[in-house]
Write a protein that binds this ligand. Structure first.
Ligand code: TXA
Ligand code: MG
Length: 319
């Protein structure tokens, strides 16, 4: 299959992407978090194609992208709480897990009885949703277990030839995947941390939600993205306090301060967690592609503002 390169700032290309999606084809689209591999969430064939293209196990459900809260109501049981959260945080990097999905093909749900919905803030994603008129299942646009892509080039690294098109919308501004908030259980719970943290959600919920999949959860695989070894680079990543001291000429170093030492690759990250989130996957990808055999990285601070970055780093560094 030849993968078309489409330009998201060109209106004709956006229309073409939307019409491909309406025809059940697979198009990687930009969102503010990471690029998503989109397909019509009401088409069994399109959704099956997403799992095949990604090599994604069938027990891991997909996020469905909608335009807004009004759209979301068609596809699952909506509630006052969901409405308040959508009013405050949509469009944006928040995914809501809702009960009683309707009209979404069962494959998206991976056999579960809930659906994860998100209204993305990226204007190109919004334009595609408006034109194609169907909800779009879109997991991150990478082969399963590889790094999530934050640029069109990164999508093509693993999916070129496996999908119909990629719509280039430039680099993603958030850079890490959305916060997944479960509203289908007894009490709202964060299944996957993201830029939008527990304190921000507490403003609307009235209490700070728990984080994690929970002990004795009744669902077998409540949020499989939380399995370790997810979001991992192709070469080992080690978090070490003084990477330059340990590094040899074949190592990539990612740190917060520069040192003059001969290494295969060096990147200096800014001290702000939001900035690091935006840059992290692109930096890991560059390290991967540098020919280095290992990545040594300084761990970020351990306070709460870094929690969502830490969540991804822990997984990326596990083996
Ligand atoms: O930022 C994002 O969320 C990106 C962009 C493209 O929107 N999408 C994304 O999708 O990260 P994906 O498929 O790579 O991650 C989906 C996460 C996984 O952790 C999955 O287990 C969880 O959401 N998930 C999906 N449906 C679920 C459901 N019904 N119940 C619980 N977790 C669900
Ligand atoms: Mg993913």
């Amino acid at each position: 299959m030849k993968t078309l390169r489409l330009n998201g700032s060109n209106a004709e290309d956006v229309l073409l992407a939307a019409s491909l999606l309406r025809d059940g084809r697979l198009v990687a689209i930009p969102t503010e978090t990471v690029y998503g591999l989109a397909g019509d969430a009401t088409s069994e064939a399109a959704v099956g194609g997403i799992y095949t293209a990604k090599g994604r196990p069938g027990h891991n459900p997909l996020i469905v992208h909608v335009k807004d809260g009004t759209d979301a109501r068609h596809w699952a049981e909506w509630s006052d709480l969901a409405e308040s959260l959508a009013q405050s945080f949509w469009p944006g990097p928040l995914t809501l897990v809702l009960p009683r999905p309707r009209g979404i093909v069962p494959t998206v749900l991976a056999g579960g009885d809930t659906v994860a919905l998100r209204a993305p803030a990226h204007p190109i994603a919004q334009a595609v949703l408006a034109v194609c008129g169907c909800p779009l299942a879109a997991p991150s646009a990478n082969m399963s277990n590889a790094l999530s892509p934050t640029s069109a080039e990164a999508v093509l690294d693993t999916l070129d030839g496996r999908i119909d098109a990629v719509l280039d919308g430039g680099p993603c501004q958030v850079g890490l995947e959305s916060t997944v908030l479960d509203l289908a259980g007894d009490r709202p719970r964060i299944l996957r941390p993201g830029l939008l943290g527990a304190e921000a959600l507490a403003q609307v919920l009235g209490f700070t939600p728990a984080v994690g999949t929970g002990e004795g959860s009744t669902q077998v695989l409540r949020s499989p993205g939380q399995l370790s070894r997810h979001y991992a680079p192709a070469i080992p990543l080690q978090l070490v306090d003084d990477p330059f001291r340990l590094a040899g000429p074949r190592d990539a170093v990612i740190s917060f301060t520069h040192e003059d030492k001969q290494v295969a690759f060096a990147a200096v990250l800014p001290p702000d967690p939001k900035e690091v989130a935006r840059l992290l996957y692109g930096t890991l990808r560059a390290a991967e592609r540098s020919g280095a055999t290992r990545i040594l990285m300084t761990p970020p601070p351990s306070d709460e503002t870094w929690a969502f970055v830490w969540d991804r780093l822990r997984r990326a560094a596990s083996n």
